[in-house]
Design a protein around this ligand. Sequence first.
Ligand code: UT7
Length: 320
Amino acid sequence: MFYIAGTGSALPEKVVSNDDLAQFLDTSDEWIYTRTGIHRRHVLTHERLDDLAILSAKRALEDAHTEGKDVDLILCATMRGDTYTPSLACTVAEAIGSHAPAFDLNAACVGVLYAMEIADSFIGTGKANTVLIVSAEAMSKLVDWTDRSTCVLFGDGSGAMVVKRGEGRLAGVLTSDPDTKSIRMPNIEGMNSPYNQIGQEKLAMYMDGGEVYKFAVNAMGHRIEEVCARANLSPADIDWYLPHQANVRIITASLKKYKIDKDKVLLNISECGNMSATSVMVLLDEYAKKGTFKKGDKLLFVAFGGGLTSGAVIINWNKE
Ligand code: UT7
């Protein structure tokens, strides 16, 4: 029911290399790169996440030749904005002069795919013609910078897309396989209530890397199969794969059995690390701006994340 009419992205200025991290952590470029495919990531310093979200949204609107007042719904995929309220989506709405309904959603790294499916439902039921989807993640504010097994994996950033009523989306599949232990990022605020009897959870992120790795390879493989079946396609019919950028080894392992030409699998993890929901958005914008996609190309988005969530969406690239 929708096609992608425009894309945008915005990354923090500061680039932190693996060697920079090795200055204060017991790690190395060799370990991080061979285990994950990451060399560098962007990290927030003087910028607010709000500012990045607004910038990427404005860039996507400009690319789609669309004004803020013409947007019917704003969805923002994030695990945590700068403020709980206003939501990041409302902050973007104010900045672009929109009065459309606006809300944040949290499906961890799969947030953008969830947002695409919500947009499809709003458009399909006649409630919207134009939807602005934004993702923005400040992972550097969620991780424990003393834990080398997690903090080296992530980066900050924002991306956006404008989707409009028309031919484009072919199929989507979303799931959750609830597992509340393998990845946890506890809420670290508001725990000073005098009535609180449960105390404070550990203040930082916890992740069982091995468990998440196994889940990810399985989930990405299954979602690809399911979404292709729904679209009546085979994995070989897909022109471009846009997988969540958590780890090159996960991406390679989950695609292995389909014998996909590796040139069809788009990557930016080496420069950006894992930006959670934002990863596929920045990837999309980067390759769209390079002119990689031709009209009619089939793009497959696939992601997994905390929750544990997973999903896949196939669209025809119909942008002029
Ligand atoms: O968006 C979803 C987010 N989560 C993920 O995508 C995570 C999925 N999991 C993974 O990508 C991988 O499991 C990791 C990259 C996190 C870890 O790779 P691994 O090959 O599974 O390594 P490991 O956890 O088995 O650790 C191997 C060793 C350990 O040392 P010992 O116990 O063998 O002595 C770790 O302590 O590597 C050590 N280690 C490090 N060494 C240098 C862990 N982190 C580091 C580090 N630098 N940064």
